[in-house]
Design a protein around this ligand. Sequence first.
Ligand SMILES: *Cc1c(COP(=O)(O)O)cnc(C)c1O
Ligand SMILES: [Zn+2]
Length: 404
Amino acid sequence: MTSFSHLSHLECARCATTVDAGVAHGLCDCGAPLLSRYDLDAVRATVSPTDLADRAASLWRYHELLPVSAPESVVSLGEGLTPLLALPRLGTHLGLPRLLMKDEGGLPTGTFKARGAATGVSRAKELGIDAIAMPTNGNAGAAWAAYCARAGLRCHIAMPAQAPEITKRECTGFGADLRIVDGLIGDAGAAVAAMVSAGGWFDAGTLKEPYRLEGKKTMGYEIAEQLGWRVPDVIIYPTGGGVGIIGIHKALLELQALGWIGDKLPRLVAVQAAGCAPIVRAFEAGARSSEPWADAHTVAFGITVPHALGDFLVLQAIYHTGGCAIAVSDDELLAASADAARLEGTFICPEGGATVAAARLLREQGWLAESDEVVLLNTGSGLKYPETLAGQDVRDAVRSRTSA
Ligand SMILES: *Cc1c(COP(=O)(O)O)cnc(C)c1O
Ligand SMILES: [Zn+2]
């Protein structure tokens, strides 16, 4: 009999302690995240890339490499297998004719956070958890609230007051218990810690449990599969807590171990906003971990993370692949998202705009060559940011019409 999942155990990302995956876990005793490990020999023996081609167009097509042990446990809203779009006009504009964008904007709740919520909530339910709590900059809360509603789990969310308005409405609409916190995501995290110890709820914060990462890593599988089981030269990712870039790196290492891709890895690039760039500062100092960023602020709210629990894993992914970390200003990322809309018809989120701005800067600096095949990660739909995007253009248009 073949298994739905070949999850074998959990392993600490820092001290390599292993624990049983059959019960719910938070962090390792040493304080670092636990990573899911699979019996890759069993995966290789039972499934091949060709078998995957006929499967449903969702991230569950990779179920052997996901943590949910039974198909009945899957909580799904139809997530995954997002388009990998060629961007010929924007690419020409930037001097990168082989530019591509993995567009996550069409996922349930409008961002890639749906991937982590799908696997995280499915596995939480499977392990018997009935109430979760988490801090969020907005999009993760919206996604987890949606999947919790779908699964019948209770969901407690703490969010900074400045988070995008729509994400608050999504949370309450999905029936979550929403607490608005004065401050940033770290302050929301402190609120959740208090809620968790008072309420006995499960802390599903970024990298605090192992399974959100597993959903997000499927971006890496999909990029490789959509390119015909090969990798691009560079992947550029808007980095906050870092789960996406850590996940893509993990996915690529798993595919290498399976022998499904060759020796080459893409250079992984972490983009941050100039107003909150702890990973960039650490990278520029050649450091293995980051220091907390003071006075964090950017319109790209999803990447306002002053101190990420997984900072050392983001830096590992960058160093191991010969990548880099780069900061872009709010003006640059907003102008870049406007370019993507005008030249390609893609209405991307500000965080996605940061990857376009980074591609431009890295090309100007010569870090990217014209021949490089570059994949940008647009992590969400611009439709979630009506207050932020295209506002000036709309105001100008209204003004020119009323004064005509
Ligand atoms: C959460 C978020 C990010 C950053 O995600 P990480 O993988 O945790 O670094 C980027 N873009 C958007 C739109 C987000 O919501
Ligand atoms: Zn440990």
